[in-house]
Design a protein around this ligand. Structure first.
Ligand code: GLN
Length: 536
């Protein structure tokens, strides 16, 4: 079958859930028996989001192959439940870097390098790579930002060309817009959508489908108006009212008939009837009231919850499995250092310290780990959260505040977390990271092995520092167990404490492999302990 492409553009404003819409549509098509994958095109100039502040860009999502990507890929993987690869996300920076490198090599034989066709050709090449590397029959391609951004012009031009390159019957353009609500007259406005579609048309793209996002119910007359003014079929105007339940989005789109409509447009018939039983069960559960448990999430970007998107989702998934509602208490680690936020820590039934880079707030996270250790509060440490749990433990063992990670104190006499000897001397930021899937062998009889119920697992990594093997014996003698080890025995992947209800730290990021219907075993085990502490 010829690969079918569905292109998603955004109109009016960003942050209206274009990524979630694309991800949910991916699920609709997968439910109809097609292999589906998704790609995100980011118009910014950075080569990848790996070095961007989470304040600006939210979480960096890591794939199996170690690609550091936009957080929308997390939505795609969670909704479509497929593993993406590094070609599924690229930026203007990568496109330009590639074209300029080719020019330097002399590949263009003295030609003048221009946005059209050189940049646009490189964009199209990368779009076409997705089906080649994944074998997907339907590829969803989402362009970051909104129509009208200067940066996105080459991407939109490439998309425009795709229709004539691969055929009208193989392409669909979906424009996701926003209907503002005017309080004074209590009405929704379609004008910005009309303008945005006009702008898209001026670039040469006529959308086939318009998803109209709104915080208020969208009446039929409004859909008619959008259809008329924007020249799309009435059936192709999809109102999408904001829902507090993220996983309800595919069900809303299913009800609106989007799945069948899209297939029809590209001349396909569903291979099977969609089966939404599991999703409906999930959404129903989210809607029910469950006993609440409180988890303190101690991080340095807590003002922006998107910075911890996958952790939040993983907690949600595990909570659903255990019939509890997880209330996250967002605690700023730097505040803890100043003595603030401790009342909330005391209220929490569990403490989670997620990943992070740089020294700001690390002492606060360490204090939270110490509190969890001493008060026997369930603790889950992810990557940096594991490293700081080890540092805190070493400080207790040595009765000294000097043990540290060399990331934060290069001259500590007790470098319990350190670079591996073969990593030293590599200074290029990003070049030394351990990224992507690595195997981890579970040690029988440990909390982690009990949680996983598997002898060996693969988990996603994104870090530079490791537990220093010179300290393994002394830590172990004092009650730390290394419950997950790399197959060659060189790297500690999971550390946990004896004589504690649940104090587990992972060098990897389990949150990236949690799925709505397949919660991650370590999150489930953590929340079981939290539940117990809460007396539920
Ligand atoms: N900064 C730490 C390291 O580089 C931890 C990274 C993380 O938490 N992802 O090892």
């Amino acid at each position: 079958m010829t690969t079918k492409y569905i292109f998603f553009t955004g109109g009016v404003v960003s942050s209206v859930g274009k990524g979630v819409t694309a991800a949910a549509i991916g699920r609709l098509l997968k439910e109809r028996g097609f292999s589906v994958t998704a790609q995100k095109l980011d118009p910014y100039i950075n080569v990848d989001p790996g070095t961007m502040s989470p304040y600006q860009h939210g979480e960096v999502y890591v794939l199996d192959d170690g690609a550091e990507t936009d957080l929308d890929l997390g939505h795609y993987e969670r909704f479509i439940d497929t593993s993406l690869n590094k070609v599924c996300n690229f930026t203007s920076g990568q496109v330009y870097a590639e074209v300029i490198a080719k020019e330097r090599r002399g590949d263009y034989l003295g030609g003048t390098i221009q946005v059209i066709p050189h940049i646009t050709n490189e964009i199209k090449r990368r779009i076409l790579l997705v089906s080649k590397t994944t074998g997907a029959e339907i590829v969803l391609v989402e362009i970051g930002g909104t129509v009208g951004d200067i940066e996105s012009l080459p991407f939109l031009e490439a998309l425009r060309q795709m229709r004539s390159d691969i055929g009208r019957e193989n392409t669909i353009y979906i424009h996701v817009t926003w209907l503002p609500h005017i309080g004074a007259t209590d009405e929704l406005k379609t004008k910005p959508t009309q303008h945005s579609v006009a702008e898209l048309r001026s670039i040469g793209i006529s959308p086939d489908v318009i998803v109209a996002r709104s915080d208020y119910p969208v009446g039929e007359e409004l859909c008619d108006k959008i259809a008329l003014f924007c020249d799309v079929e009435k059936k192709a105007v999809i109102p999408m009212v904001t829902t507090p339940i993220l996983y309800e989005v595919p069900l809303i789109l299913e009800k609106a008939g989007v799945g069948d409509y899209l297939l029809k447009r590209v001349g396909l018939d569903a291979r099977r009837q969609p089966d939404w039983t599991a999703w409906e069960g999930l959404v129903e559960k989210v809607g029910q009231t469950h006993p609440k448990i409180k988890v303190a999430l101690v991080g340095k970007y807590v003002e922006l919850h998107d910075a911890y998107m996958s952790v939040r989702e993983a907690l949600k998934h595990a909570g659903l499995e255990l019939d509890v509602e997880v209330e996250i208490l967002w605690i700023h680690s730097a505040e803890l250092e100043k003595g603030r936020g401790w009342e909330e820590i005391q209220q929490a039934d569990g403490i989670l310290v997620p990943g992070g880079f740089g020294s700001r707030g690390t002492e606060g996270k360490m204090q939270a780990a110490r509190y969890a250790r001493e008060k026997k509060v369930p603790y889950l440490g992810l990557c940096l959260g594991m490293q700081l749990m080890v540092v805190d433990f070493a400080r207790m063992v040595y009765k000294s505040e000097e043990p540290n990670s060399t990331e934060f104190d290069r001259s500590t006499p007790y470098p319990v977390i350190d670079l591996m000897p073969d990593q030293r001397g590599v200074v290029d930021m990003g070049g030394t990271m351990r990224l992507g899937l690595y195997p981890c062998v579970l040690q029988p009889g440990t909390v982690a092995a009990e949680a996983y119920q598997q002898p060996i697992v693969q988990e996603r990594h994104r870090h530079r520092f490791e537990l220093n093997n010179a300290y393994r014996d002394i830590l172990q003698e004092n009650g730390m167990r290394f419950s997950g080890i790399s197959p060659d025995g060189r790297l500690v992947e999971i550390a946990e404490l004896e004589n504690h209800p649940f104090m587990v730290g992972t060098q990897f990021h389990p949150e990236f492999l949690s799925r709505p219907n397949r919660p991650h075993p370590l999150f489930v085990a953590f929340l079981k302990a939290v539940k117990q502490r809460a007396g539920i």
